[in-house]
Every structure is written in structure tokens, then in C-alpha cells.
Design a protein around this ligand. Structure first.
Ligand code: NAD
Ligand code: LMR
Length: 329
């Protein structure tokens, strides 16, 4: 085992997603079993008591790779020297709340956390935003951290990617391990575009294997796009364990690399690829290696895909304009 622990910050650490996430990080699922980890857990003051209970459970798990835990309510302290920051804590939308109110409530969180990361995180920091609206929250954090390279900020669309894999595997009658090159384009919202036109089922083009455009349009797309809402409806609470698993998958692949001959989906800052305006944090097909990502280039988009991607990217542009108007970026 190497000796210097990697410092991993998690915000919203007493919440539901974190309850799944922290134990997996501590078990080595993020960095591998040979890398010790120090958890640095941020919460709002009223939730610190509950967080103390989670810390007791982490201690009681006696994880061999867990080198230390620090908790607190000040991002300037908790983000000190962090190598990885998983920004999960966000204010969920409540009944009757306007979208502008949600953006402004979360804006205050992500401006402050962006500044604190800028001032205190380690030089090699990588940031994953899970808290919703994830893409725009990542944009706010990035805009408030001018000293951190823009490509270090990402938002989670891996859950959507995994959901798309699960639906395609069912339709094709194969296990998810037979699938490659799934792509989620755009926003982590109901406008996202899960794309099977470049995906592969056991090495063959997935759209050709499925050969059912009606299923793609009327079943696959809406099922993946509205899966978050379906889980809220069924469970009475939003996805938590699967969101934690996806946060691990996303960040692990970023740090440790995608498999040869495959790619994954990450929301990252656009360089203008595929006509997505530069600077927006949008989901793309990416390959990763050693903590760096690259957008997969040269994919041909049919008119159906182009229209869907444009609609989701337009929504991201509207969210950017709204937070710009609020003075958050
Ligand atoms: P939750 O309400 O159970 O937990 C959120 C926690 O964040 C709470 O404990 C709260 O006290 C904390 N928090 C609020 N403001 C904070 C701040 N300024 N600093 C630190 N902590 C703060 O919610 P959850 O179910 O754990 O979900 C967390 C977020 O993840 C939500 O925004 C949810 O919509 C989002 N989510 C995203 C995806 C995705 O795929 N991107 C999937 C599932 C959930
Ligand atoms: C999800 O996709 O499960 C979460 O983002 C929760 C939601 O509001 O859809």
C-alpha cells in the first residue's frame, strides 16, 4: 500500500447519495485497494450531528484503506489539499419552487464551493458534480475557480449512461458487459439524448441489432430520460445507491482510464465539438487516461440525433443565461 493518502472531499455527506458513496470510497472502489484514502466531509451545520453518526459507522466498518476522516461545515477547511472533490450536496427542488429560485439557492452553494476549491484544493484536483442541476452547478463552480483548469470540472451523466446500458441489454437479450460505446449527449435532465447509434452489442452496431426505431423513440429514450422521475415515484425518494455507484464509476474511470476500444459519457466543458457552444458543461462520449479526458471525435450524427442533441444543448444554454442573469457566473 502506498503511504500518502489521497484526500477525497464529499459534500452533502449526511445525505442519501453519500450514504451509499462514502462506504464504497472507503472500501477502495474509487482508488483501488492499495491507495489509502482520507475522507473530508462537508455538511451544513444542522446536519453535522447526523454526519457524526455516519462517521461512527465508517469507523465501525474497519476499512483497511481508510486513513482518516475530517468533518466540518466550512468548505475552506474541508477542501484544504483535496485531490478529488465530489460535490453531491445541493438543495433539491421543493413543491412550488420556481426554477430560478432553485438555480439561485444552488448558485450560492456552488459559487462558495468553487471559490473554496480555487483557494485550497491540491494542484491536481478533479471535481465531479452530482448535485442537481449538475451541469449548471458545475458551470457555476468552474466559473468561480479561475485558477483551476476548466477541464478539471465535470458533471455526472454516468447514471444516465448506466441506465441506457441496462435498457439496451434487456432489449438485446445480453448482459451489460457485452455492450460498448454508449453515449449520453447534453444535459442531465429529461432532454438528454441517450445514443445507441454508435453503441455496440457484442461488437455489432446496436441500432442495427435492435432494428426497431419505434422502440428507440417511444420506449428507450423516454425510459432513460425519465428514469429519475420513475424512481422518485416508486421509492418516494430520488435515486441514491445507483447515483452513488455512478459517481464512483465516473470518477474512477476519469482517474484510472476507460478500457481500450470503449468510451464513457461525462459532462465536461465543451471546446465546440459537435457544435456544442464552447464553455458549456455538456455530456459527450469521452475516453480517459491518467486523470485526463478527451472527447471522441468524428462520430456521424443522423438528423434524429442532431435534433435531440441541439434541444438538450439549448436547455443548457438557457440555464447558463439564467445563472448569468443572477450574477453567479
Ligand atoms: P439529500 O437531500 O438526501 O442530501 C443532500 C445533502 O446535502 C443534505 O444532507 C444537505 O444537508 C446537504 N447540503 C445542502 N447544502 C449543502 C452545502 N451548502 N454544503 C454541504 N452540504 C449541503 O439528497 P440526495 O438524495 O443525497 O441527493 C443529493 C443531490 O444529488 C441532489 O441534488 C440530487 O438531485 C442529486 N442527484 C443527482 C444525480 C445525477 O445523476 N446527477 C442522481 C441522483 C441524485
Ligand atoms: C436522477 O436522475 O435520478 C436524479 O437526478 C434525480 C432526479 O431528480 O431525476
Amino acid at each position: 500500500m502506498s503511504t500518502t493518502p489521497v484526500k477525497v472531499a464529499v459534500t452533502g455527506a449526511a445525505g442519501n447519495v453519500s450514504y451509499g458513496l462514502l462506504f464504497r470510497i472507503a472500501s477502495g472502489a474509487l482508488l483501488g485497494p492499495d491507495t489509502p484514502v482520507e475522507l473530508r466531509l462537508l455538511e451544513i451545520t444542522p446536519a453535522l450531528k447526523a454526519l457524526e453518526g455516519v462517521v461512527m459507522e465508517l469507523e465501525d466498518s474497519a476499512f483497511p484503506g481508510l486513513a482518516g476522516i475530517e468533518i466540518g461545515d466550512d468548505p475552506n477547511v474541508i477542501f484544504d489539499g483535496v485531490n478529488v472533490a465530489l460535490l453531491v450536496g445541493a438543495r433539491p427542488r421543493t413543491k412550488g419552487m420556481e426554477r430560478g429560485e432553485l438555480l439561485s439557492a444552488n448558485g450560492a452553494i456552488f459559487t462558495g464551493q468553487g471559490k473554496a476549491l480555487n483557494d485550497h484544493a491540491a494542484d491536481d484536483v478533479r471535481i465531479t458534480v452530482t448535485g442537481n442541476p449538475a451541469n449548471t452547478n458545475a458551470l457555476i463552480a468552474k466559473s468561480n475557480a479561475p485558477d483551476i483548469p476548466a477541464e478539471r470540472f465535470s458533471a455526472l451523466t454516468r447514471l444516465d449512461h448506466n441506465r441506457a446500458l441496462a435498457q439496451l441489454a434487456k432489449k438485446a437479450g445480453v448482459h451489460v458487459t457485452e455492450l460498448k460505446k454508449m453515449t449520453i449527449w447534453g444535459n442531465h435532465s429529461a432532454t438528454q439524448f441517450p445514443d445507441i447509434f454508435h453503441a455496440e452489442v457484442a461488437g455489432k452496431n446496436a441500432a442495427e441489432v435492435v432494428n426497431d426505431q419505434a422502440w428507440v423513440e417511444n420506449d428507450f429514450l423516454p425510459t432513460v430520460q425519465k428514469r429519475g422521475a420513475a424512481i422518485i415515484e416508486a421509492r418516494g425518494a430520488s435515486s441514491a445507491a445507483s447515483a452513488a455507484a455512478a459517481t464512483i464509476d465516473h470518477t474512477r474511470d476519469w482517474l484510472r482510464g476507460t478500457a481500450e476500444g470503449d468510451w464513457t459519457s461525462m459532462s465536461v466543458v465543451s471546446d465546440g465539438s459537435y457544435g456544442v457552444p464552447e464553455g458549456l458543461i455538456s455530456s459527450f462520449p469521452v475516453t480517459t487516461k491518467d486523470g485526463n479526458w478527451e472527447i471522441v471525435q468524428g462520430l456521424e450524427l443522423n438528423d434524429f440525433s442532431r435534433g435531440k442533441i441541439d434541444a438538450s444543448v439549448a436547455e443548457l444554454g438557457e440555464e447558463r443565461d439564467a445563472v448569468q442573469e443572477l450574477g453567479l457566473i
